[in-house]
Design a protein around this ligand. Structure first.
Ligand SMILES: *[C@@H]1O[C@H](CO)[C@@H](O)[C@H](O)[C@H]1NC(C)=O
Ligand SMILES: *[C@@H]1O[C@H](CO)[C@@H](O)[C@H](O)[C@H]1NC(C)=O
Ligand SMILES: *[C@@H]1O[C@H](CO)[C@@H](O)[C@H](O)[C@H]1NC(C)=O
Ligand SMILES: *[C@@H]1O[C@H](CO)[C@@H](O)[C@H](O)[C@H]1NC(C)=O
Ligand SMILES: *[C@@H]1O[C@H](CO)[C@@H](O)[C@H](O)[C@H]1NC(C)=O
Ligand SMILES: *[C@@H]1O[C@H](CO)[C@@H](O)[C@H](O)[C@H]1NC(C)=O
Length: 493
């Protein structure tokens, strides 16, 4: 009696369309985030872009019921024995961006680490991708080009990472007949940490493989530290550490921080330039340069104790043998030339407290300051705001005076150093947020191993912890909290 009654209610909410694979319970409304493409001759042209939350932040449930098609470890084997059956049995729902920690206003987007829903604080840690107006990801081709954005890191405390980076995902997110949502529902994520996820490029990952791809970390930062890091990959091998540039680690400890040369109490304009050896957009990537603008002044990048002020191909390969073995900047440049997806995220790190970024030789934070439990209790409002995102010809996205546009600006005196350095301490970047299955072991990040290995009464990160009809664990493994997504689905985030 009761089940039948419930079914009738559900039928009213969810029209029964057997071939429908996009759920009708919650619409997917991608927040608008306009960006600009710039040329030296034509100036900047605004584009109709928006953002989409990762696939793993969306609820996937049975067509005719509230039963989730995903579990803490992957998919429900009955509903999803294979991809075709899964697509018949299951639908993916839209997501509420505000309650997931993502808000936009004009050309500005704010990502919140924690959100409050009904007075309960939970870990949102959103990761979003830039969508083009055609429903595919916007593919940024930055070889021989530059990218500019403004960022406010002032509330990002030790242990937080407000990130803007590029991943070589498929433009459609792996859209197929079985995955018609594709990029529109945030599918197809990959990065150089080779995350193990339930779906790879939109197809069911039945044997827990990692999904590796080239990653260019343009900005991983908080108010106390910043890093710029190429992570080239070849086939399924990636440079997980990367030949990165962190001013503090390179020897200038007063360059980036509260009241420093780049003052993190105030908004910062960040420009990253990808020079090729012949200055074309098809050449070999030879150097990655960084400039900042604050208060109308262009600020040259920090200079390391050995005279390095940019990431050159030779420095990358000589300081990082893994990068060298994978083709170094040449490989990174090929990916930039093909086009990469722009990713934004905010995250913290229960395993390592983000110490690779901001502690020890990398920054001024204590080794325990980044404990997410402390962040949640002391600074739950921590957030990052990215705005005014522009890319195009070198020199076309900014002008001295802090403006944006096409007025020419000499692109710095290039103090090219021929010295090599052996002293820089490579950061060991732990995994970006991934929809990681707890049975994955060696290929995933350090942060996941100790915190997600326990089965039993607690649910793991990203796993389901509630929803109508759900009978699994409802308590999340520390430090995750059970976050209400919709009536069918709550998730450990
Ligand atoms: C959903 O319910 C309808 C009506 O009972 C049925 O025809 C259809 O096969 C069901 N679909 C699935 C995937 O269970
Ligand atoms: C999304 O969630 C917020 C609370 O975080 C709520 O105020 C808002 O009404 C929701 N939006 C929709 C469309 O349900
Ligand atoms: C991802 O999926 C798309 C669409 O099916 C396909 O064209 C592309 O080759 C796939 N990419 C990889 C790396 O598997
Ligand atoms: C990657 O795969 C290609 C084609 O199979 C092969 O030629 C190449 O050697 C591989 N590279 C590495 C680093 O394994
Ligand atoms: C590329 O441009 C830089 C200045 O931006 C210049 O110094 C260099 O000579 C140019 N290289 C070539 C091969 O034209
Ligand atoms: C980190 O940055 C914040 C905000 O600027 C500052 O108050 C704090 O002193 C910094 N922490 C360290 C250890 O330098």
């Amino acid at each position: 009696m009761a089940p039948k009654f419930a079914f009738i209610i559900l039928a009213a909410v969810l029209p029964l369309v057997a071939t429908q694979q996009i759920g009708t319970g919650t619409p997917e409304v991608n927040p608008s985030l306009p960006t600009w493409k710039c040329t030296t001759s034509g100036g900047c042209v605004q584009q109709d872009t928006s953002v989409v939350l990762d696939w793993g932040s969306h609820s996937i449930h049975e067509v005719n019921s509230s039963t989730s098609c995903t579990t803490g470890n992957g998919v429900n084997p009955t509903l999803c024995p294979n991809e075709a059956t899964c697509s018949q049995n299951c639908v993916i729902e839209g997501v509420n961006y505000t309650s997931s920690g993502v808000t936009t206003s004009g050309d500005s987007m704010t990502l919140h680490q924690y959100v409050q829903n009904n007075g309960v604080t939970s870990n949102a840690s959103p990761r979003v991708y830039l969508l083009g107006s055609n429903g595919d990801y916007e593919m940024l081709q930055l070889l021989g080009q530059e990218l500019r954005f403004d960022v406010d890191v002032s509330t990002l405390v030790c242990g937080e990472n407000g990130a803007l980076y590029l991943s070589q995902m498929d433009a459609s997110g792996g859209r197929t007949q079985y995955n018609p949502g594709g990029a529109n529902y945030g599918s197809g994520y990959c990065d150089a940490q080779c995350p193990v996820q339930t779906w790879i490029n939109g197809t069911l990952n039945t044997d827990s493989q990692g999904y590796c791809c080239n990653e260019m970390d343009i900005w991983e930062a908080n108010a106390n530290a910043t890093a710029l890091t190429p992570h080239p990959c070849e086939n399924d091998t990636c440079d997980k550490s990367g030949c990165g540039f962190n001013p503090y680690a390179m020897g200038d400890q007063k360059y980036y921080g509260n009241g420093d040369t780049v003052n993190t109490l105030e908004p910062i304009t960040v420009i990253t330039q990808f020079y090729t050896s012949d200055n074309t957009t098809t050449g070999t990537l030879s150097e990655i340069r960084r400039l900042y603008i604050q208060n109308g002044q262009i600020i040259q990048n920090a200079v390391s104790s050995s005279g390095i002020d940019s990431i050159t191909a030779s420095w990358c390969s000589s300081s990082d043998s893994v990068a060298a073995s994978l083709g170094g900047l040449t490989t990174m440049g090929e990916a930039l030339g093909r086009g990469m997806v722009l990713v934004f995220s905010i995250w913290n790190d229960p395993g390592q407290f983000m110490s690779w970024l901001d502690s020890g030789s990398s920054g001024p934070c204590s080794s325990t300051a980044g404990n997410p439990a402390n962040i949640e209790s002391q600074t739950p409002g921590t957030h990052v705001t990215f705005s005014n995102i522009r890319w195009g010809d070198i020199g076309s996205t900014f002008s001295a005076g802090g403006g944006s546009g096409s007025s020419s600006s000499s692109s710095s005196s290039k103090a090219t150093s021929t010295k090599t350095t052996t002293s820089s301490s490579r950061s060991v970047s732990t995994s970006h947020l991934t929809t990681t299955s707890s049975k994955s072991s060696t290929t995933i990040s350090k942060s996941a191993t100790s915190t997600t290995s326990s089965f039993g009464a607690t649910q793991t990160h990203w796993g389901q912890c509630g929803g109508t009809g759900y009978t699994g664990p409802t308590v999340c493994a520390s430090p995750y909290a059970c976050k209400f997504s919709n009536q069918w689905y709550s998730q450990c985030l």
